[in-house]
Design a protein around this ligand. Structure first.
Ligand SMILES: NC(=O)C1=CN([C@@H]2O[C@H](COP(=O)(O)OP(=O)(O)OC[C@H]3O[C@@H](n4cnc5c(N)ncnc54)[C@H](O)[C@@H]3O)[C@@H](O)[C@H]2O)C=CC1
Ligand SMILES: CC(=O)C(=O)O
Ligand SMILES: [K+]
Ligand SMILES: [Mn+2]
Length: 355
């Protein structure tokens, strides 16, 4: 029996709905599969925790998480309680940085049975590899003066090490997939960091002669995501560009409610963290409307990462089946509740379909 320890942080808003939903499914999967076990420890770190303790997580929070095999997170943010930059930096980004989770991998593909907002989605299937440790999300800068004279400065940070790491990861992935890597750049407008980004891309690509490459400015690339996503395979981008492209990728699938993500620690020193692309969706929290598929697909990525490929495949089959059969939440045009979707997935897992 393979056993894994998982730190579970539901976080805020619908995180508190989709994470428990995913655990029910994972426990069912564990039972029907019978050859792996997930030992879960829950952490209540969130904006509610902040209100009580004045911090999003305890001072030794990272130490508490360090020994786990993976972190499974829902979403962070409750702007009515805590400003977003404080809550996200105090928990989500703190873990990403503290655990050297330099790479954020986010797939997007067409699903049978889901209507994409695109008239011709053409079976698109792409993977965004987002730099996850620096770039536009930097802590370098400040504010000075006040009133009409106030100035805000935020410096972008691009290190050779991190840029190279994300590109190496993208090229490796390109080798395993169809062999095509697109780089998101903006070297016509951003004159230091983006020409540097392009140079590193060209340098890394020398080591991958079998891979086709393309470099596209982010504005044109964002448009191409919408007009011809089927021409994309692996797409590598900076922290902000990757963030934006993956919300587009999610929308193309039909809803941000189904998009998964993995924050990967590539040096093997710390756990990786798995969380869906979406946030805490305060507009629908507490109503049973949250789509749990993003969290479930995220769980699938976690299982794959842990080496449980069979369980991962079974879970993906269940997700595809439930979508095709039409048990979907309101964001996808259906009328199923979170609970209905969980039940449908569990029914699939326990039925003959898995045999
Ligand atoms: N990784 C994280 O934890 C992230 C946290 N946030 C935080 O989440 C909060 C809300 O941010 P927003 O910009 O509104 O983004 P959001 O992703 O939470 O919501 C955007 C829209 O998508 C819908 N939506 C999102 N997930 C859904 C799901 N599973 N099922 C059905 N509908 C879903 C929401 O109802 C909303 O209309 C903020 O505090 C923000 O900072 C935002 C993005 C990522
Ligand atoms: C914070 C955010 O939007 C993201 O990580 O995708
Ligand atoms: K999230
Ligand atoms: Mn985002």
């Amino acid at each position: 029996m393979n056993t894994y320890t998982i730190a579970s942080i539901a976080g805020d808003g619908i995180g508190k709905e989709v994470v428990p939903a995913a655990w029910r499914v994972l426990k069912t999967l564990e039972r029907v599969q019978g050859d792996f076990e997930l030992h879960v420890t829950e952490f209540p770190w969130s904006c509610d925790y902040y209100i009580e303790h004045g911090r999003m997580m305890p001072e030794d929070g990272l130490e508490q998480l360090e020994a786990f095999d993976a972190v499974f997170l829902g979403a962070v943010g409750h702007p009515d309680l805590v400003p977003d930059h404080i809550s996200l930096w105090g928990l989500l980004i703190n873990i990403r940085r503290g655990f050297d989770q330099q790479i954020n991998v986010r797939p997007s593909r067409q699903f049978e049975g889901l209507s994409s907002p695109l008239a011709n989605p053409n079976q698109f299937n792409l993977m965004v590899v987002r730099e996850n440790s620096e770039g536009e999300y930097s802590e370098v800068g400040g504010r000075m003066y006040s009133g009409e004279d106030e100035i805000a400065i935020q410096n972008n940070v691009f290190s050779k090490k991190a840029v190279k790491a994300v590109m190496e990861y993208a090229f490796q992935l390109g080798k395993d997939r169809s062999g095509h890597v697109t780089s998101a750049t903006k070297s016509n407008g951003i004159v230091f960091s983006m020409p540097f980004w392009d140079e590193v891309f060209n340098e890394v690509k020398e080591n991958y002669p079998g891979i086709d490459t393309r470099s596209e400015h982010i504005d044109a690339l964002a448009a191409a995501f919408v007009t011809k996503p089927e021409t994309m395979d692996v797409v590598v981008g900076s922290n902000l560009f990757g963030d934006i492209l993956t919300d587009i990728g999610a929308a193309l699938m039909g809803s941000i409610g189904i998009a998964p993500a993995a924050n990967i620690n590539i040096n093997g020193k710390y756990p990786s963290m798995f969380e869906p692309v979406h946030g805490s969706a305060p507009d629908i929290e507490g109503q049973g409307l949250a789509n749990p598929i993003g969290q479930l697909w995220t769980a699938q990525m976690m299982l794959e990462h842990l080496g449980e490929s069979t369980a991962a495949q079974t879970l993906m089959n269940a997700i595809e089946y439930v979508i095709k059969q039409g048990t979907v939440t309101k964001d996808l045009g259906g009328d199923a509740s979170t609970e209905n979707v969980v039940k449908a997935v569990e029914e699939y897992l326990t039925s003959e379909n898995t045999k």
